[in-house]
Design a protein around this ligand. Structure first.
Ligand code: BGC
Length: 290
């Protein structure tokens, strides 16, 4: 078995592929997308990737309007429309107002990316009800409220063949922790496990209306949510023990998966989870153990 090389060696030897901005193939041309939590991290990368693929994008944020505006500007630079829309996905009135605004501006919504998510970590015996509830509110209830609003719009409109074979697509950004238990993060893992079963149950119910619902489950992706896991050589070396592919993921790799799941290229796919994790879900301990 090869030993795990150090941080510097890895980052120089196995970089993530660099893709051209503003893709020439506009897979999502004419589609209207809403991405929640899109002012930073994975949501930002997904919003930009959808925009580069030709979709008009509503960039949701809860705080930091300037960062959301930058994301919208990058989308416009590539020729698509973009708006920013504030709203806390855990609050029903915010979600309803957000959808009303996006539909008023864009005419409809074809793609929802349920991305907004937070961590509030604590040892289980110290986990407060407030920490539990806030994570469930944003990560699980937020995905429920946004999915319900999207399905109502998809059913109202039905299929517009000029735009897509499907009446609508929902992409739930989940996590490898929808199947990998995570000590010290019980609220977060419970919320993502909930997303996995919610996604499949909605998919089963709405498939006859030609609405597709899938998850993308990222592993360790270089974003602000997990800085401590990669920003020192020691932490990065420890992280690599969990990743058979031996590099951290980049946010735009989730963006590319989302573009594909939103496009007609994946038209026969519903109710599935696409793990984008460098093999983190492959029980890496068994590489040498067992
Ligand atoms: C979490 C990250 C973590 C990754 C892999 C994600 O869902 O948000 O903090 O690094 O899972 O454990």
């Amino acid at each position: 078995m090869p030993s795990t090389p150090d941080h510097k060696f890895i980052s120089e030897t196995f970089p993530a592929p660099v893709m051209p901005a503003c893709s020439i193939i506009k897979l999502l041309k004419g589609q209207k997308a809403l991405v929640t939590g899109a002012s930073s991290g994975i949501g930002r990368a997904v919003a930009i990737a959808l925009g580069h693929a030709g979709a008009d994008v509503a960039v949701n944020f809860v705080s930091g309007p300037d960062a959301a505006e930058e994301v919208a500007a990058e989308i416009r630079r590539c020729g698509a429309q973009a708006i920013t829309v504030r709203g806390d996905v855990g609050k029903e009135e915010d979600v309803e107002a957000m959808f009303a605004r996006v539909i008023a501006e864009f005419g409809t919504v074809d793609v929802l990316v349920n991305n907004a998510g937070i961590q509030k970590d604590a040892p289980f015996h110290e986990l407060t009800l407030a920490q539990w509830q806030r994570v469930i509110d944003v990560n699980l209830t937020g995905q429920f409220l946004c999915s319900r609003a999207a399905v109502r719009e998809f059913r109202r409109r039905g299929v517009n063949k000029e735009i897509s074979c499907a009446a609508g697509k929902i992409i739930c950004v989940s996590s490898v922790h929808d199947i990998i238990p995570w000590a010290g993060h019980v609220n977060y893992a419970a919320s993502k496990g909930g997303v996995a079963m919610m996604m499949k149950s909605i998919a089963q119910e709405v498939a006859p209306f030609r609405i597709r619902v899938n998850s993308v489950s990222p592993g360790a992706i270089r974003t602000p949510i997990n800085t401590e896991a990669w920003n020192t050589p020691g932490a990065y070396a420890d992280l690599l023990k969990l990743i058979p592919y031996k590099r951290i993921g980049e946010a735009n790799e989730i963006g590319r998966a989302a573009v594909w799941l939103a496009s007609d290229e994946s038209d026969y796919i519903t109710g599935t989870t696409l793990y984008v994790d460098g093999g983190m879900t492959l029980y890496p301990g068994f590489e040498t153990g067992g």
